[in-house]
Design a protein around this ligand. Structure first.
Ligand SMILES: [Zn+2]
Length: 322
């Protein structure tokens, strides 16, 4: 049986967070937002897709990436993540309450999957850095599986970077875009669920590339537009949550972004397991969804398997080689 959304996002807590996000979004001075070309392929050929909480999302006609345009500046975003009610709620209320569940349901499993991937792809890893490592749960889980690797963290948050240090991980307390001290230091870099938040995805991808040794690899997880839940629910999807989530590349968009960022080999996978559960728990209903639901749990699980196999889940993994 697959994980359920409610296990990692308890409904009431999550609703409170979404409500705070909606209110925060209203306070932004949209007249000062920056215009941008496609965040994945740099095309200027875009059209409006939808609006949410006063933020506009457009779709790139060349690569199918959906992104917030215009968008808040880096300075405004940094201030938002330090001081906003929704960000504080997320880090101080939401995450601590679900931390152990997330360790079991998400990070432990991701660590096993990553170790498996490293073995399959025959990648030699002596040094590994987690970018946006949070409180270090993923590094702890990796360390349990692969003690021989030396682990590092890049983490700008005060509370999180202190926790990482207490756990014994060397930390660079800054955004990865400014992490030049560790240029060319790592065999492998991971970054979980950061890319969807950043103002300039290309700079972020280049900064990841910069941390890697020549021939090194990275695994970046993020949100993609071409997932069953987002394609079905559109702007009603909780993943479309400005100002937190700004970037939703298509599968092709992810490839273009990472090649532009200097990687030589890029592979996009969508191992997400929640799309079907999210759609069936939403208020959205169609005849197809009703009939699908009536086919029972095995059909639902196999449908999710199909989404994974054909890159149709919104939870994306990008494995890229420098
Ligand atoms: Zn594009």
């Amino acid at each position: 049986m697959y994980m359920k959304e409610s296990e990692i996002r308890p409904k009431e807590l999550f609703q409170e967070y979404l409500e705070l996000s909606r209110k925060d979004a209203e306070y932004f001075d949209k007249s000062k937002f920056d215009k941008t070309n496609c965040i994945a392929c740099n095309s200027s050929d875009t059209e409006k897709k939808f609006e949410k909480n006063g933020f506009t999302y457009v779709i790139c006609k060349d690569c199918g990436t959906v992104f917030c345009d215009p968008r808040p500046s880096i300075k405004v975003l940094n201030n938002f993540y330090r001081n906003s009610a929704s960000a504080k709620f997320w880090f101080e209320q939401f995450l601590p309450k679900v931390e152990e569940t997330r360790r079991e349901k998400i990070f432990k499993k991701k660590a096993i999957q990553l170790v498996e991937l490293i073995r399959e792809e025959n990648i030699k890893v002596n040094t590994l850095c987690d970018v946006g490592a949070g409180s270090g749960i993923f590094l702890e889980e990796l360390n349990k599986l692969k003690e021989e690797i030396e682990y590092f963290a890049v983490e700008p948050g005060n509370v999180s970077s202190n926790m990482l240090m207490e756990k014994g991980f060397p930390v660079l307390k800054k955004s990865v875009e400014y992490a030049d001290e560790w240029k060319g230091k790592f065999d492998f870099v991971v970054s979980l669920e950061v890319l969807e938040h950043v103002n300039k995805p290309l700079d972020f991808v280049k900064a990841i590339n910069n941390l890697l040794k020549s021939g090194g690899s990275c695994l970046i997880t993020s949100l993609g537009y071409e997932g069953f839940d987002i394609l079905t629910l559109g702007s009603e999807s909780n993943s479309i949550s400005p100002p937190h989530h700004l970037n939703f590349p298509s599968v092709v968009g992810f490839e273009k972004l990472f090649y532009r960022g200097g990687f030589k080999k890029v592979e996009v996978l969508t191992p997400g397991v929640l799309d079907v559960d999210i759609v069936l728990n939403s208020n959205h209903s169609t005849e197809f969804l009703e009939v699908l639901k009536s086919r029972g749990e095995q059909a639902l699980n196999e449908f999710q398997e199909f989404l994974i196999k054909h890159k149709l889940s919104s939870h994306v993994w990008v494995l890229a080689k420098k």
